[in-house]
Design a binder for this molecule. Structure first.
Ligand SMILES: Cc1ncc(COP(=O)(O)O)c(C=O)c1O
Length: 417
């Protein structure tokens, strides 16, 4: 069985050549990952050599346009979708907001949008505002307050002929549970409801396989997948046709511009090609020359190796956390969940734990992580203090996780008030 060569992986991230990068066990990856060297190289190249308005006839401007096209086409190839279907925006929140406004023709008076209590606010708030403006109903698919999980039987009861859009996260940024998107999609299809999926928390752990996911829109953020700060939104052609374009009228003929109201960050788009370089490099290191293998295949195979490594680390972490006086939010084993693990102590504030871990050279964060409604339903009283979230990436080591466990074990008893 292949295993991830962690030394090789860490060589691909310049941060691990810095003093702090070596010292700190960075376990706040769900907030934003480290950036692969291949991405930084592309960014530096753009800023150094052709940071001008792109697509002009002169060679400098022309190179800028070519680099941007490569960034876009690489992202499309990584996802195995036509370039025309990929919207690149400043962030996922911005993409969701634009999408909600573009859905105005669908969300009319007496229609309904269903969102979940499990989602990050970025896939709730915009829909709420849209429903308020349109006189439509916003309905919450509620979670089980103990587990934080969603039950498909509840969804079946909620869906009705009025439900035009259903929004759900692929995996929760708090409890980590992976939702069965295709089972959800089947229910949505039977009901003629469009399905919008937030993949922000899922994509850093498992590269999305859009060939298998039957969704109308899929959204994630590349600053969490080792890239530049961009939001990616893939929209099905049939869905896009139902939407009101949000771009300048003369850009309407270009589907990838329809949901991008702003001028894009040229360099950040160009540097997305570096994510493809990174997956290719790791693929070649593990499986040899990759000339014929399509980029999306490489990403999926490499991502499976990364996932296996993260799952081993999260299994170790969960196994040790269960002996500590904390509530773990979500499943207590690594089955069916990604490596985002949130916990809280009944006695020690989450902030005190995050602060205390600094002395152990461990970076983790506390808060509600914009999953405010989920934590409220799960009974968190002080939402600003929230929970401590330990979120792993494939470049984390067993030693870093062990240090975190040791730190938590000591802090929970030292800080008890
Ligand atoms: C699950 C989830 N969805 C959406 C977002 C919003 O992404 P962005 O910061 O790109 O707007 C985040 C950000 O942390 C997230 O974790």
């Amino acid at each position: 069985m292949k295993v991830l060569d962690i030394d090789f992986i860490r060589q691909q991230f310049p941060v691990f050549q810095t003093e702090l990068g070596q010292k700190v066990g960075f376990l706040d990856n769900a907030g934003g990952s480290y950036v692969a060297g291949a991405v930084i190289d592309r960014l530096t190249d753009f800023y150094t050599n052709y940071k001008v308005q792109p697509y002009g006839a002169n060679p400098i401007s022309n190179q800028a346009g070519e680099a941007m096209d490569e960034g876009r086409s690489t992202m499309a190839a990584l996802l195995n979708v036509p370039m025309e279907r990929v919207t690149l925006g400043a962030s996922s929140t911005q993409n969701f907001n634009t999408l909600t406004i573009a859905c105005t023709p669908l969300v009319q008076k007496d229609t309904e949008v269903i969102v979940t209590e499990q989602d990050h606010e970025s896939n709730i708030g915009g829909w709420e505002r849209l429903c308020q403006r349109q006189g439509a109903t916003l309905t919450f698919w509620k979670v089980n307050p103990e587990t934080g999980e969603l039950d498909l039987e509840d969804l079946e009861k909620l869906l009705s002929p009025r439900t035009v859009i259903l929004c759900v996260t692929h995996s929760s940024n708090i409890i980590g549970t992976i939702n069965p998107i295709n089972r959800i999609a089947r229910l949505a299809r039977q009901n003629n409801t469009r399905l919008v999926v937030d993949g922000v928390s899922y994509a850093p752990h498992s590269w999305p396989n859009l060939d298998e996911l039957d969704v109308d829109a899929y959204v994630f953020s590349t600053y969490k997948t080792y890239g530049t700060h961009q939001g990616v939104m893939v929209v099905k052609e049939s869905f896009l046709e139902e939407l009101e374009p949000q771009c300048h009228f003369f850009n309407v003929p270009y589907p990838y511009k329809q949901l991008d109201a702003a001028g894009p960050d040229h360099a950040a788009i160009a540097a997305l090609a570096g994510i493809g370089d990174y997956f290719s490099t790791v693929y070649e290191h593990n499986f040899g020359s990759s000339g014929e293998v399509p980029l999306h295949e490489k990403a999926r195979v490499v991502s499976a190796l990364m996932h296996q490594h993260e799952t081993e680390l999260s299994a170790y972490l969960l196994d040790h956390l269960k002996d500590l006086p904390v509530r773990i939010y979500g499943r207590s084993t690594s089955d069916g969940r990604e490596a985002n693990i949130a916990l809280a102590s009944p006695k020690v504030p989450a902030k005190a734990l995050a602060d205390g871990l600094v002395a152990y050279d461990v970076a983790a964060k506390n808060g509600h992580f914009y999953a405010y409604r989920l934590l409220e339903t799960m009974g968190v009283k002080d939402l600003n203090d929230g929970v401590l979230r330990i979120s792993l990436s494939h470049y984390n080591t067993r030693e870093e996780v062990e240090r975190c466990v040791k730190g938590l074990g000591e802090l929970l008893y030292q800080l008890e008030f």
